[in-house]
Design a binder for this molecule. Structure first.
Ligand SMILES: [Zn+2]
Length: 134
């Protein structure tokens, strides 16, 4: 059992986490305006309509900004420092907070291209993380 704080899975985000468990990065797309959004929510943040369809994202994006955590934000992460927390702009146009998986945090830079990798944290939770493409 992990002693790390884990994301809360609610009805809006359950399809997202289920897809991650199957190795897919799915995004909610509004049925009214067709635009994707993240994090998942009941109301489209663009047009405020209710209802979305889930579609697989390409899983690629660009690092918008990042920070290297050299002290754990929670005791559960003490064995992982230093680790990289980043905002990633997915190619679909949504922004996602995640980790950059790397052996060399000092080589991470804004603007680098990344792709999703899946980290099975528990039997019920697989987290999307990202690694450099080049
Ligand atoms: Zn919409």
């Amino acid at each position: 059992m992990s002693d790390k704080p884990l994301p809360t899975i609610d009805p809006d985000s359950a399809p997202f986490w289920a897809a991650c468990g199957e190795g897919r990065l799915d995004l909610p797309h509004c049925r009214a305006c067709a635009r994707p959004h993240f994090p998942p929510r009941a109301l489209c943040p663009h047009c405020h309509e209710v209802g979305c369809d889930w579609r697989a994202a390409a899983g690629t994006g660009t690092i918008h900004t990042f920070t290297v955590a050299r002290r754990p934000a929670h005791p559960g992460f003490k064995d992982e420092v230093p680790y990289v927390v980043a905002l990633i702009d997915l190619d679909e146009g949504v922004r996602m907070m995640s980790n950059i998986v790397t052996d060399d945090p000092d080589a991470v830079a804004i603007g680098q291209r990344v792709e999703v990798v899946f980290d099975k944290v528990t039997d019920d939770l697989t987290m999307p993380k990202f690694q450099r493409i080049d």
